[in-house]
Design a protein around this ligand. Structure first.
Ligand code: SF4
Ligand code: SF4
Length: 383
């Protein structure tokens, strides 16, 4: 397992492969515990709990008893339970009752990440950020009842606005190569509407790219939902691209987006957890998503670095994907953010070492002008 830091949360370390909770909802208490124990044995220490289902919360409380400090819990705010059903609410009283119920059933006095349950529209964004909900979250954080404020969304415009408020420490966002090509929409269904893919698409949507870069620059950690597109990305007949990715390729794609710290996998059994965690034992070739992306006919990624690493190894050992990322983060900002120049400095080799052999450009499936990128790095960082 690899761990990454939530930089705005005392550098709390979370596993790069984490769990969604949907596969736990129908489980018995013992099944729930066994699945979580197996995940933790494999090094998973991070789980999202979007559901307000009381049975799930009770089972979770039973499963984390005695090991609460070993697991990072992402609990949702505004996810309530009414008339035996889940309810997304912005009512402050219902929100408070649901959050206190969560603490009680989990048998804990704190939640690591208090995640504002999903906001996809501008009107809803205003209702939350101009109203009682954000104040409630800030009070919870100040009192230590939550360690970080999070927000879940499928819409990059809303997510960017939320990150720009400065209140958001963690963003839960839908990321996979297909959704990344779609323009923003307040209707989440549009992400998988086949009509939106039938004429083909070119490159990552600029708003999504900007969102990931903004999060990276502002130290806002992205944890990913829908990395497999609900399973569709793994099946050539269901995939919006008409070709199948492997689990490893989907995970690698997400973990190489700027800002991303974790992929929340919606596993339904210990076997499925073992499969996704085996990503860390997979070869570079098994993870390489560029081979799928570059062979599609109607969907083209061209001219922009995808951070896939397919061009490696560089003759002089430069991590080309990382250099490109720091160049892009600086160009987007118009100046060099201190965090970015610090990260650049930590690289073992820098753009200035490029001997212009051209090997990498022959290997890049996306036509990136890498030698020019290395020259840009020298212009920006000085070496
Ligand atoms: S330069 Fe090309 S091959 Fe290298 S990481 Fe970027 S997109 Fe991938
Ligand atoms: S052209 Fe530069 S960056 Fe590319 S492989 Fe050669 S030395 Fe490395």
């Amino acid at each position: 397992m690899r761990y990454r830091e939530l930089r705005r949360c005392d550098n709390l370390k979370v596993s790069a492969i984490a769990l969604g909770c949907e596969g736990f909802i129908e489980k018995s208490k013992e099944e729930h515990k066994n699945m979580l124990d197996r995940a933790m044995e494999l090094g998973v220490n991070f789980i999202d709990m979007y559901t307000s289902n009381p049975r799930f919360r009770d089972n979770m409380g039973y499963s984390v008893k005695g090991k609460r400090d070993k697991i990072v819990l992402q609990g949702h705010i505004c996810s309530a339970w009414e008339n035996g059903q889940y309810l997304r609410t912005r009512d402050i009283q219902k929100t408070k009752i649901a959050f206190e119920d969560q603490l009680k059933r989990l048998g804990t006095d704190y939640i690591d990440i208090g995640m504002i349950h999903y906001i996809d529209s501008i009107d809803d964004f205003r209702a939350v950020f101009d109203g009682d909900i954000i104040e409630y979250c800030n009070r919870l954080k100040k009192s230590g009842t939550i360690r970080a404020v999070g927000l879940s969304s499928h819409n990059p415009i809303v997510a960017k606005k939320a990150v720009e408020t400065g209140y958001i420490d963690v963003l839960m966002f839908s990321v996979n190569a297909a959704y990344d090509m779609q323009p923003p929409d307040e209707d989440v269904e549009q992400l998988w509407n086949p009509e939106n893919y039938k004429n083909g698409l070119i490159n990552i949507n600029p708003e999504r790219k900007e969102l990931y870069e903004l999060c990276e620059r502002n130290n806002v950690a992205i944890d990913v939902m829908k990395a497999f597109g609900g399973g569709d990305m793994l099946n050539a007949k269901l995939s919006p691209f008409g070709v199948a990715f492997s689990e490893y390729q989907c995970i690698e794609y997400c973990l190489t987006r700027p800002g991303v710290v974790s992929v929340m996998a919606g596993c339904r059994s210990a076997d499925e957890i073992e499969k996704v965690v085996s990503y860390f034992d997979s070869s570079k070739e098994e993870r390489d998503y560029s081979v799928v992306l570059s062979e599609m006919e109607k969907f083209k990624f061209f001219g922009n670095c995808m951070y896939c690493g397919h061009c490696a190894p560089c003759t002089v050992g430069i991590d080309i994907a990382d250099v490109n990322k720091y160049v892009n983060l600086s160009v987007a900002q118009g100046k060099v953010p201190e965090t970015v120049s610090d990260h650049y400095k930590l690289l073992s080799h820098h753009g200035g070492e490029c001997v212009e052999c051209g090997k990498c450009e022959e290997n890049c499936p996306f036509g990136v002008e890498i030698i020019q990128k290395m020259k840009n790095a020298v212009k920006i960082f000085g070496y």
